[in-house]
Design a protein around this ligand. Structure first.
Ligand code: FAD
Length: 409
């Protein structure tokens, strides 16, 4: 018979959001009984994959054993969650066993839906088709960037929502920078094909990005959605308003469509979008007060980034501990998300914004003006942020985070 376990707090997902929340809760309440359900034996710092795709980071620095990031005081349940029974305060795992909880935190991330693009999975990692959205493929992006000297290089962006909405462009700008330095950019036709209708969702950052689109002579094709890839034939097909368009490519950098994990979308915890149905400020579930959700799997309309999870984790830690004491939430999340747009090797447009596209810079503008390409932002991305991630965020130290604005009770 399948085993049944029981823990005071159960967290689904040991990614950026899950580990940070566990660490923040344990910092506030030592000895708290927390179990983390996580199937993977490695933990990835995904923001580093853009740098791997440009030959700046070695792939290995973006991953660590899961055991090394699990808080020592937490119990690691090495399995996948398969379904939720919130009426019974219980989660069922993929082996049929159950875990009962007093408080549940849902953070299994977003699912990359590669299968939605016909012919893509068969050719990923070959025939010039790559993606920085997978650890094992990011080095192939760098390989291609070094190989390609002429022809067409296409960078795609699917419909929203996606994690790190700037990542499709980051890879393109860094590739162009390399080609420009080599003197081959003039022989390469670079296209940015975005299913959406704007270059970047927050207008304040668009002028700085447009400067680079012009500098690299990139053809902007908005409203152009990748639907099929013929790897052997070197052709990609896009759906546009005018109909389908097929073109040849030398290199194709694909960002896959992204959806809520199916087991979550199928559960009573899901919003219509399939993501965990939470209040966008308190991050408490809208129907089950002993359930919280954060990270890429949350229904909040913020930019899905690790930076967002960094700010959300302390908010959930405060409000969830209060929920355990039958008290209402007091901490609030303001929608902060951040996207360091690597426009050239050594310079970044540091987009930081909250709900409604409100600019939320972490630094005064005399130090870092996020709407302009700056060197200091590059140092932040290349050196400071990975360190803050491993040693701050995942350890509950809450640097550049804090428990959010207190909201009225
Ligand atoms: P994840 O970190 O993806 O973790 C989800 C975890 O849940 C995983 O460990 C997974 O194994 C586990 N899981 C999945 N299913 C189950 C299940 N059924 N049961 C239990 N566990 C499960 N963010 C930034 O802030 N800045 C950047 O510059 C940036 N650049 C990026 C570039 C790229 C190429 C990519 C791919 C992402 C980038 N991000 C960036 C986004 C950032 O990595 C994510 O927003 C962040 O990792 C979200 O954290 P999460 O915990 O919600 O999800």
């Amino acid at each position: 018979m399948a085993q049944s376990l029981s823990h005071t707090v159960v967290i689904i997902g040991g990614g950026a959001a899950g580990i940070a929340t566990a660490a923040s809760m344990l910092k506030r309440q030592r000895g708290l009984d927390i179990a983390i359900v996580e199937p993977s034996d490695v933990h990835a710092y995904q923001p580093g994959w853009t740098m791997v795709g440009a030959g700046i980071f070695e792939p290995e620095v973006t991953r660590r054993p899961m055991a090394s990031v699990m808080p020592k005081a937490a119990t690691w349940i090495r399995a996948s969650a398969a379904s939720f029974q919130p009426e019974d305060n219980q989660v069922t795992l993929d082996d049929g066993s159950t875990v009962a909880y007093e408080l549940l935190i849902v953070a299994p991330g977003i699912r990359l839906a590669w299968e939605k693009i016909a012919g893509l999975e068969e050719t990923l990692g070959r025939n010039g088709v790559t993606s920085n959205y997978r650890y094992d493929l990011a080095p192939y992006t760098w390989e291609l960037v070094q190989q390609v000297k002429s022809g067409r290089a296409i960078f795609t962006q699917p419909p929203m929502p996606i994690k790190c909405a700037g990542a499709p462009q980051k890879s393109m700008y860094l590739s162009c920078d390399h080609w420009m330095r080599l003197g081959v950019l003039d022989s390469i036709d670079v296209e940015f094909r975005n299913a959406g209708g704007v270059l970047f969702g927050v207008q304040d950052y668009v002028p700085a990005l447009m400067e680079y689109v012009e500098r690299y002579d990139i053809a902007l094709k908005l409203g152009s959605n990748l639907i099929a890839v013929d790897g052997e034939g070197g052709q990609a097909t896009f759906q546009t308003e005018a109909g389908q368009e097929t073109c040849d490519f030398e290199m194709l950098h694909v960002v896959p469509p992204q959806v809520a994990p199916q087991f979550l979308a199928d559960s009573p915890l899901a919003a219509e979008s399939g993501f965990t149905d939470v209040d966008p400020h308190t991050l408490q579930h809208t129907r089950y007060p002993n359930v919280f959700g954060l990270g890429d799997a949350g229904s909040m309309p913020n930019a899905k980034t690790a930076a967002a999870a960094r700010k959300q984790a302390p908010v959930v830690a405060v409000n969830a501990l209060r929920a355990l004491d039958q008290k209402g939430p007091i901490a609030g999340y303001d929608g902060y998300g951040s996207c360091p747009l690597t426009v050239e090797r050594g310079k970044i447009v540091l987009a930081e914004f909250g709900y409604g596209g409100k600019l939320m810079p972490s630094f005064p503008s005399w130090l870092i003006d996020g709407t302009k390409a700056q060197r200091l932002s590059w140092i932040l991305k290349a050196d400071a942020l990975p360190w803050i991630y491993w040693n701050g965020m995942l350890k509950g130290r809450e640097w550049l985070a804090g428990p959010g604005n207190m909201i009225a009770q």
